[in-house]
Design a protein around this ligand. Structure first.
Ligand code: 18C
Length: 247
């Protein structure tokens, strides 16, 4: 079969064999499975989730969590986007080629290890927020398909001898992120740009890794998460416009 360059780079429908033989595989598989399952669980039944941003179909909830005086509020966001598939959403979130175009907190991104078509280890530095020290992160990123027309990307902190934590000007933050997307269309029809709806569940927990003023941190959080999700979804819509739908 013939494939265009873009098709080959799309999230694969099944796990890449090069990933399953990698030393990180057991951890990547376990955490991704847990994260995807938790992503679609509602916030209604659980205590402590408070709605802090709402716009159109987007809802953002957070739970106030402090460990030894450090803010680690978990975030959970729900959104609905019409006209793009779960696979397309995850393609743009996972593929480093597009990252600088939608990720506004990013200063620099390096590929530490390209494990497979569906797993990459990244080192990223973020923009500095005065008066705190600059932050960096080292994490694996894995994209996979799941039942019910679902694709998801999980990002989770890891370590690497070539990138030691807290060795330069940056403080290493610890992150667990999951962007889970599920597509639906009217029964009896073929999915198309005109009838497809993708539900997004984005979960994130960031441990700042060292002291940061709680007030500043919560203000950044409140401003940056809605900005990210709105910008990212409109970026994907724009990229997909006039292109054939990929399921
Ligand atoms: O998921 C997102 N992006 C992915 C690809 O990059 C990936 C990234 C995860 C890291 C998220 C941590 C970002 C920290 C940024 C700190 C500096 C922000 C500066 C902004 C100023 C313009 O999964 C999308 C991520 C959307 C991030 C929203 C911001 C979250 C803030 C959380 C607080 C972080 C503590 C930093 C300490 C600073 C102290 C004041």
């Amino acid at each position: 079969a013939e494939h265009t360059r873009d098709e080959v780079e799309l999230p694969p429908p099944a796990v890449d064999n090069r990933l399953t033989v990698h030393t990180l595989w057991p951890e990547i598989d376990r955490i991704s499975t847990e994260q995807i399952q938790a992503a679609f669980e509602g916030v209604g039944g659980q205590i402590g989730w408070q709605l802090f941003a709402e716009e159109g179909d987007m809802r953002m909830y957070r739970r106030e969590v402090e460990v030894d005086g450090m803010v680690m509020d978990p975030l959970k966001a729900m959104h609905k986007v019409r006209g793009v598939s779960a696979r397309e959403m995850c393609h743009y979130f996972f593929n480093p080629r597009y990252r600088y175009e939608w990720e506004t907190t990013l200063e620099n991104m390096n590929i530490v290890e390209a494990i497979s078509s569906d797993a990459i280890v990244f080192h990223q530095t973020f923009k500095r927020i005065w008066p705190a020290s600059q932050r960096d992160a080292l994490f694996w990123s894995h994209v996979r398909s799941a039942p019910q027309h679902t694709y998801a990307v999980t990002n989770h902190s890891t370590t690497n001898e070539r990138y030691p934590a807290n060795s330069g000007a940056c403080i290493r933050l610890i992150v667990t992120v999951c962007l889970a997307c599920r597509s639906e269309w009217p029964p009896g029809q073929q999915p198309s740009r005109d009838n497809i709806t993708t539900s997004i569940a984005y979960c994130s927990t960031v441990n700042p890794g060292g002291w940061a003023p709680a007030g500043v941190l919560r203000a950044v959080y409140k401003r940056e998460y809605p900005k990210f999700l709105k910008r990212f979804t409109s970026y994907v819509l724009e990229q997909c416009r006039d292109k054939p739908l990929v399921m």
